[in-house]
Design a protein around this ligand. Structure first.
Ligand SMILES: Cc1cc2nc3c(=O)[nH]c(=O)nc-3n(C[C@H](O)[C@H](O)[C@H](O)COP(=O)(O)OP(=O)(O)OC[C@H]3O[C@@H](n4cnc5c(N)ncnc54)[C@H](O)[C@@H]3O)c2cc1C
Length: 422
């Protein structure tokens, strides 16, 4: 049986970054025929389509440099975020909580009143409890609750108060007041970068940096024997490892261990699925000319967010990604029915009219898409246990968390430093 020093599961951004920092002594096993995972760009003649919007924003110079160093400068599009909320047929600025002054006067006063007289607390029981306690009833019920229920497709009582970590745009009473004087608090992606060839162009460039002979595509791992330190592929091949680094979604990882307790643990993990409709039209939208993406809290619409690739790429013809959330239990998603509902909704909110013709489309399902962070400490403890057997979890889904592409690069970099030190 082959023995590999560092066996990496998954050739998404996490797996590729890990190989990049390891430089040597690794093998990647990837179930799909192409690398990139959720950061891939879908090949298409006319439109640039991704797995929903995937935009680059960096906090750390090191990873930004890696990005700008590998991609052709002419490919980079730098944008100042222009995002809106479709609320009662008006487009108001995102985030809702700092832009309530754009609402009709009565609703603005109601939001302000509830914000001022909210029941503040020291600690929160769950995500929904945090929303009411931090923002008051009106802001929560007009936007935060319905929007997040559509996105996460779960009862928000079930989510941890910090389910969105640093990605949640917090604002206290003072910040809401200051935003009216234009002193708007910065959010993590106020400025972002995109690539003319799509998100996947950077991943392809990063992939070129690693040793192609150490990557096996079309190789699905179906079983992990942690006692005897080997994995088994769906072709029945067994591969021994010294270190196992997994970016496979944690629920699937637990199932592959084939141990009763871990399989039960996998069942308990909660998450949503997102249906992504990438749609290309023959003309520009009659109403949405500049917006990069728009949030839809209205529950009569099946989508929670729509992004405008063409506005980001500064192109005319409407090209959008439509995101629709589903609970993990949903067995079959009827794509055609959802597409038809989405087109009716898009007409209702003015994205399309009878003059626009849908000329191309691509439909995909992200499963899992948003993991539901419920008992983070328990999960972290469990991952620490696996580390005693030289098994390391990597990436957004491997670590069962809420993070961005830069975080995945950093997690890989940090893990490699640890492994090299040991
Ligand atoms: C809707 C949405 C929008 C997002 N937008 C942004 C954004 O704008 N900016 C941003 O920075 N981040 C964004 N993200 C987050 C980003 O997608 C992730 O952080 C990143 O893609 C995670 O990469 P990964 O390599 O850890 O996981 P993945 O991309 O899921 O890669 C895992 C790989 O493992 C492979 N695999 C799975 N099972 C097996 C198996 N049994 N055997 C072998 N291989 C296997 C898969 O095929 C895949 O290639 C978004 C996420 C979502 C859901």
């Amino acid at each position: 049986m082959k023995r590999i020093k560092n066996l990496i599961l998954g050739a998404g951004l996490s797996g590729i970054s890990c190989a990049y920092y390891l430089e040597d002594d690794y093998l990647i096993l990837e179930k799909d025929s192409t690398p990139g995972g959720y950061c891939r760009t879908i090949p298409n003649r006319e439109y640039v389509w991704d797995y929903a919007g995937h935009f680059y924003h960096f906090r750390t110079e090191k990873y930004k440099k890696l990005f700008t160093g590998l991609v052709d400068e002419k490919q980079i599009i730098r944008q100042k975020k222009n995002t809106k909320i479709f609320y009662k047929n008006k487009l108001i600025d995102y985030p809702f909580q700092t832009n309530i002054y754009e609402l009709e006067k009565e609703e603005f006063i109601e939001c302000l009143y509830d914000l001022y007289f909210r029941d503040t607390k020291e600690d929160y029981d769950n995500f929904l409890d945090m929303l009411y306690a931090k923002f008051g009833k009106a802001i929560t019920e007009k936007f935060l609750r319905p929007y997040n229920e559509k996105l996460y497709a779960v009862d928000l009582h079930k989510l941890d108060k910090d389910a969105m970590g640093r990605f949640f745009p917090y604002a206290d009473f003072k910040q809401v007041m200051e935003s009216m004087g234009d002193k708007v608090k910065k959010t993590y992606n106020d400025e972002f970068m995109y690539l003319k060839k799509g998100t996947g162009y950077f991943i392809d460039k990063l992939f070129e940096q690693i040793d192609r002979r150490r990557v096996r595509l079309n190789t699905k791992v179906k079983k992990i024997d942690r006692k005897n330190k080997y994995v088994e592929t769906d072709e029945g091949e067994k591969i021994n490892y010294e270190n196992l680094i997994s970016s496979v979604p944690f629920n699937h990882f637990l199932e592959m261990l084939d141990e009763t307790a871990q399989n039960e643990r996998a069942e308990q993990l909660s998450y949503n699925k997102v249906l992504v409709l990438n749609l290309g039209f023959d003309r520009p939208s009659p109403r949405y000319k500049k917006e990069h993406w728009v949030y839809f809290p209205d529950k009569s619409l099946n989508f929670y967010r729509i992004g405008f690739y063409n506005n980001i790429l500064m192109q005319d013809k409407l090209s959008v990604y439509v995101e629709i959330g589903f609970p993990k239990e949903t067995k079959e998603i009827d794509e055609q029915v959802e597409l038809e509902k989405a087109l009716v909704g898009m007409k209702k909110v003015g994205i399309i009219d009878d003059g626009l013709k849908l000329v191309d489309k691509n439909i995909l399902i992200m499963d899992p898409a948003y993991v539901h962070i419920e008992e983070e400490e328990r999960i972290v403890r469990c991952m620490k246990e696996f580390e005693k057997d030289n098994i390391y979890m990597l990436g957004r889904y491997g670590r069962w968390t809420y993070n961005c592409m830069e975080d995945c690069m950093q997690l890989a970099d940090d893990l490699v430093s640890r492994l090299k030190d040991e």
